[in-house]
Ligand binder design. Structure first.
Ligand SMILES: [Zn+2]
Length: 477
């Protein structure tokens, strides 16, 4: 790689921000109830971006009932390894629009950050690699290795058609190394490789006690209130310290190896960091003991994501006939997703008071993921990030879930799956005012340029596949 490539990227930063703004404009929410035409439009825009960056054979890949994937490649480096790049172009819904300081689908720069839904999660993923590829092709006319790029359209709803996709395109996706640009950095400006992800066991719970809402004055007293019933059920899942009380839920958790424990300690993460990054209110307690990174990355946690019975607008003197919530447990390595989901359901049923009916819907169970971050591909990626950011690369876990990773790495025969990304702790993904630190965005582009060069010296048939990289998925999943 010559310096010209890096210089080209530097002098085109404004253009790359423009590319990202154009993608953010398209509200490609993949959730049910949102118009899927925007995800199609976003796929077309991403295909346009890949084409204009010089990728070849760009096409929109379709699987029955799935939101579209976008694919592009540059396979003109015979004898060199093949790199598969992954990002996603669908986004979360905007959430409460009144809490956004600027319109969610109009990317706006403020104080060195670009605000807008999908700026960081994960439209920047496609833009970063398109920028790096363009920089190479415009300056040296070639890439140092073969590249395939796949941009998914339904990551935010848990990649429901992944199995069908992999069945149809397994051959097309074959590669020596996989880079996923959908995770975050440990802190702003600190390049990070994520080697563990939490999984998820979640579901909808509906509690019902009557056929229709009833006047709380005329019937209240003898009448069962399903909102109170559901509240008791949710409350029964944790003790006063926030620890889950579901039998057996912690017994499956894999213990940290001494090296992993040492790696967590070396990051020196404190309560102060947590409070600053999460911006919690000063008097709000922090749960789960002192070892915060252990709690965040390697212990399960319960969240109630939404709860509904009547609404603020329709609030009246009634006893509701039903109450609904969506809740889930973030799973960690060695926890069996189906078993965890069954334990959660059992605990909810056991605590349901007063003979209410309990219905479960939209069940979702996906495993955690853990990779041994060793071997030449990881070292090459760590070196590239270090050069791009000018700071030492750290290895971290991620409390979030990317259901895509495990099955995909498996289909690639255990090829190294390296998780990087431009998010930082202030990104606020999935929440209002999502933003991308522009300095880190530019550093990520520089890193991608170094990354292709670093990875190009790996053998084309990766010898580390059989042993060093076991993407451990809990048995039975
Ligand atoms: Zn994402």
């Amino acid at each position: 790689m010559d310096q010209e490539t890096l210089r080209f990227a530097k002098s085109n930063e404004a253009k790359f921000v423009e590319n990202l703004k154009n993608l953010v404009k398209i509200p490609s929410v993949s959730f049910p109830g949102f118009d899927p035409k925007w995800v199609v439009e976003s796929a077309e825009a991403v295909a346009g971006l890949l084409r204009s960056s010089g990728l070849q054979n760009v096409e929109i890949l379709r699987i029955k009932d799935a939101h579209p994937y976008v694919y592009g490649e540059w396979m003109n480096a015979p004898g060199k390894p093949t790199l598969l790049l992954y990002a996603h172009h669908d986004v979360q819904p905007a959430g409460r629009e009144n809490l956004w300081k600027s319109a969610p689908f109009e990317a706006v720069e403020r104080e060195g950050r670009l605000y807008g839904r999908g700026t960081a999660d994960d439209k920047c993923g496609a833009v970063i690699h398109a920028a790096a590829i363009l920089s190479y092709l415009k300056t040296s006319g070639k890439l140092p290795l073969n590249v395939k790029m796949i941009i998914e359209g339904e990551e935010e709803i848990g990649s429901p058609h992944l199995e069908d996709f992999l069945k149809a395109y397994q051959q097309k996706m074959q590669a020596d190394v996989m880079i996923l640009t959908d995770t975050g950095n440990y802190d702003t400006g600190i390049p990070s490789i994520t080697n563990s992800l939490r999984g998820m066991a979640s579901l909808d719970v509906t509690v019902k006690s009557a056929d229709h809402p009833l006047h709380s004055g005329m019937w209240g007293g003898p009448l069962v209130d399903p909102v109170q019933a559901l509240s008791k059920m949710i409350a029964s899942l944790t003790d006063k310290n926030g620890k889950m009380t579901i039998p057996g839920i912690y017994s499956q958790v894999r213990k940290l190896s001494p090296a992993e424990a040492q790696s967590l300690r070396s990051l020196k993460y404190t309560e102060k960091d947590f409070r600053k990054q999460a911006q919690i209110l000063p008097k709000t307690k922090i749960l789960g003991g002192k070892d915060l990174l252990l709690s965040l990355w390697r212990l399960p946690s319960l969240s109630v994501n939404a709860i509904q019975a009547s609404s603020k607008k329709d609030c009246a003197n009634i006893v509701n006939e039903s109450a609904w919530c969506h809740l889930g447990i973030r799973l960690v390595p060695d926890m069996n997703p189906q078993k965890s989901l069954e334990s959660l359901k059992k605990a909810l049923l056991k605590s349901a008071p007063w003979g209410v009916s309990v219905e479960f819907l939209n069940e979702n169970a996906s495993p955690a993921w853990l990779a041994e971050a060793q071997g030449p591909a990881f070292q090459a990626a760590a070196r590239a990030l270090e050069k791009g950011f000018g700071k030492k690369t750290v290895f971290i876990g991620c409390g979030g879930s990317i259901p895509f990773v495990g099955p995909f790495a498996k289909v690639l025969g255990g090829a190294p799956a390296i998780l990087i990304g431009a998010e930082d702790p202030y990104t606020n993904p999935h929440s209002e005012n999502e933003s991308l630190h522009l300095g880190d965005f530019f550093k990520s582009i520089q890193s991608a340029i170094y990354l292709y060069e670093e990875l190009s010296s790996l053998p084309a048939k990766n010898p580390e596949r059989p042993k060093a990289l076991q993407n451990r998925i809990p048995a039975g999943v």
